[in-house]
Design a protein around this ligand. Structure first.
Ligand SMILES: [Zn+2]
Length: 274
């Protein structure tokens, strides 16, 4: 194991992800790792079956990769999590939240956040510069995975997800822990047209040369829901700079998607088919 987190941006919160090497390299959040009833990971672009610009652990069917290779990549992630189902959504850069209550489907359309309290279901969000935000309420044993790009930040998909956790599972934000995945950092997140694209409330997060600190914006949005700051961990790893990740900004349309995944472990002998 080695500790990652060499980004030059001033850290908002002083915790670093842990990088685990192996056949399927992955990062974990220090704060979420304390909960033995869940398993989570940020899988990188390494350890899969795809070739060329999609090499090698591309998790998306919609970016031009061969479906047979994506199938194998998704299967590898699913078996790593020992999950009965690996569930994802065709993300829409919006704020629609889906609660997974049955286990028949594995993919859905038009949602950017997934929540469940069911064991053995691995929630996956697919990323190439956008943030994957993993949440856990250890009191209610509820987890969530959010896909949040800049449009998701403007729509506040974070706030929307936590509202649904409160409504459907009686979660108290004070109990929720959060991890914000590697994503495009202040070093690379240039928004020349920010005055037309972004609400003025975001302008205070412009650090220099029209670059924005989206990590700080997510940290703020998480805290606005009531999540204590010390329960939030920011990866602070820029996917444009760090070639272990797919990056839309760096590589353009012909690139893959890596993933942020979280699951509640089942009891021993739980078939997960209830
Ligand atoms: Zn960067």
């Amino acid at each position: 194991m080695e500790v990652a987190g060499s980004n030059p941006a001033p850290p908002t919160i002083f915790m670093f992800m842990v990088f685990v090497k192996g056949e399927l390299p992955y990062f974990t959040f220090t704060n979420l790792s304390q909960f033995s009833f869940l398993k989570h990971a940020i899988v990188t672009r390494e350890g899969g079956y795809s070739h060329g610009p999609y090499a090698s652990l591309d998790l998306s069917y919609t970016v031009g990769d061969l479906a047979e290779n994506v199938n194998k990549n998704l299967e590898k992630v699913k078996s790593f999590f020992k999950a009965k189902k690996l569930v994802w959504t065709h993300q829409a850069h919006g704020k629609r939240v889906l609660v997974i209550t049955n286990k028949k489907l594995t993919s859905y359309i038009g949602f950017d956040a997934l929540i469940t309290n069911q064991p053995n279901i691995a929630l996956l969000v697919k990323l190439a510069d956008c943030q994957g935000i993993l949440l856990c309420d250890p009191k209610k044993k509820v987890i969530a995975a959010i896909h949040c790009g800049w449009r998701g930040s403007v729509a506040n998909v974070i706030g929307e997800t936590i509202k649904v956790m409160q409504k459907e599972f009686k979660s108290d934000p004070k109990d929720i822990w959060a991890g914000v995945s590697p994503s495009f950092g202040p070093c690379c997140a240039e928004f020349r047209d920010y005055k037309t694209l972004l609400p003025s409330a975001f302008w205070q997060y412009k650090i220099k040369n029209n670059h924005f600190d989206w990590w700080a914006i997510s940290c703020r949005q998480l805290q606005e829901t009531g999540i204590p700051k010390h329960q939030i961990e920011l990866a602070q790893i820029c996917t444009v700079c760090d070639k272990r990740f797919f990056s839309y900004r760096r590589d353009g349309k012909r690139t893959g998607r890596f993933g942020a995944v979280i699951t509640l472990k089942g009891e021993e002998g739980d078939s997960g088919d209830s």
